[in-house]
Design a protein around this ligand. Structure first.
Ligand SMILES: Cc1ncc(COP(=O)(O)O)c(C=O)c1O
Length: 410
């Protein structure tokens, strides 16, 4: 019998090549949770850093502070310092760390060191667009938190200041956790922070979806508007490698957060990712403002074009969105077009257009490819022909996709 390994290796190589071709060159990706990583950041991801350890400035189990447990780290430590400094500049924060391994881990990194067991938190419920991770059975059950819903009962699952403040005063939480997976509009953060701080509650802002927009000075500026700690994924509207980051202006909080990461929430922090993230932060420092403005303009233009063609979307009266997402109005879609969002997404996938099955459409990655509001009527027309009329548009999509080479803002 021949050794099966080489065949499996060849098959794996074919699968990775096929994936890269399909997702990198042959589809338009309108998934709100994803983005395209810059070529330089990708190079760093596969650099020698991918296999290295470093533990700068740690406290060992004897309680001694030492420079590093490892040798060979003369460059890794400088890479981390550079990336953290870039994050602090981009988000205009006094303290930032690029160590959290993902958005979810960033949430743990922020909440767990600052909120003891039995804390009461307010978070937006998943059925109002909140992140599932904050639902009672997930992060709260792991750490003994009680979670109560912060209402997102405005148009497009937005938060109404009066309702939020009322809820905070009634529930008297230890912390308010803002942030949504269905995230169209900025929060009335000043009002929320004022009500929370009056009760000595902390305000956490999970910026996973909108981090790239905040980096470009759009959407809102959580720290200046009253959030105590901001954190999130670095791969949704923020166009970095998959990972997380965290920042704050409060020295007292950062003094508790930073030492709680290593050996509590993770051990090594993936230094190739941190180099790629550092590169992305530097790229956004150069052209993040134009990137963020174009992402939002594209989302609004796509919303307008889709509704002009009869696709029902939420929050039309508010211009659809102020973020990188627009949302299908699922009940109206089913009623008027006789199709569920999941089936629509499957039809689009067969025609080389990717959206998620829960009705979100995102413009971050197509903006990186170079699409502008002028191209959104064409995108909307392809979505309608493929998704509502079940027409075959795959060849047209492929030919159009091939005209975009390389990435803008990178
Ligand atoms: C609001 C929010 N927070 C956290 C996460 C988790 O991010 P990650 O997948 O990077 O762990 C998500 C992912 O969708 C999210 O939408």
């Amino acid at each position: 019998m021949t050794d099966p390994l080489p065949n499996e290796e060849a098959r794996l190589a074919r699968l990775v090549r096929a994936h890269d071709r399909w997702r990198g060159r042959e589809v338009f990706n309108l998934l709100a949770s994803e983005n395209a990583v810059s070529p330089t950041a990708r190079k760093y991801l596969s650099s020698d850093l991918a296999g290295r350890y470093t533990l700068p400035l740690e406290t060992n189990f004897h309680g001694e502070t030492i420079d590093n447990s490892y040798t060979g780290t003369r460059y890794t430590d400088q890479i981390e310092t550079l990336a953290n400094a870039a994050a602090a500049r981009v988000f205009r924060a006094r303290f930032a760390t690029t160590r959290p391994l993902s958005g979810h881990i960033a949430a743990l990194s922020a909440l767990v060191p600052l909120l003891p067991p039995k804390s009461r938190i307010l978070a937006i419920a998943p059925d109002e667009g909140g992140y599932d991770g904050y639902a009672p059975g997930f992060i709260p059950s792991l750490f003994g938190y009680t979670v109560r819903p912060l209402p997102a009962d405005g148009p497009g699952l937005s938060v109404i200041a009066e309702h939020a403040v009322e809820t905070i005063r009634r529930e008297r939480p230890n912390a308010v956790v803002l942030g949504q997976s269905f995230f169209l509009f900025p929060y009335p953060l000043r009002e929320i922070a004022e009500a929370a701080h009056a009760l000595d509650a902390l305000v956490f802002y999970d910026a996973s979806h909108v981090l790239g927009l905040i980096a470009g000075g759009e959407f809102q500026d959580p720290i200046r508007e009253g959030a105590d700690v901001v954190y999130g994924s670095t791969h949704k509207s923020f166009p970095g490698p998959q990972g997380g980051l965290l920042y704050t202006d409060r020295e007292d909080l950062f003094a508790q957060l930073d030492p709680a990461l290593v050996w509590r929430i993770f051990d090594n922090a993936h230094w190739n990712r941190i180099a790629g993230l550092g590169q992305t932060l530097l790229e956004l420092e150069r052209c993040g403002a134009e990137y963020a403005r174009t992402v939002i303009a594209n989302a609004q233009a796509l919303g307008r074009s889709l509704t002009d063609l009869g696709v029902p979307l939420v929050a039309e009266e508010l211009g659809f969105t102020r973020s990188h997402q627009i949302h299908l109005d699922r009940p109206r879609l089913e009623k008027t077009a006789g199709v569920r969002s999941g089936e629509l997404a499957r039809r689009l996938e067969r025609q080389r257009l990717l959206i998620d099955l829960v009705g979100r459409i995102g413009t971050a990655e197509v903006t990186r490819l170079g699409l502008t509001p002028a191209e959104m009527p064409r995108m909307a027309e392809l979505i309608v022909r493929a998704g509502l009329r079940s027409e075959s548009v795959a060849k047209e999509v492929l030919a159009w996709r091939k005209t975009y080479r390389g990435l803008r803002f990178a």
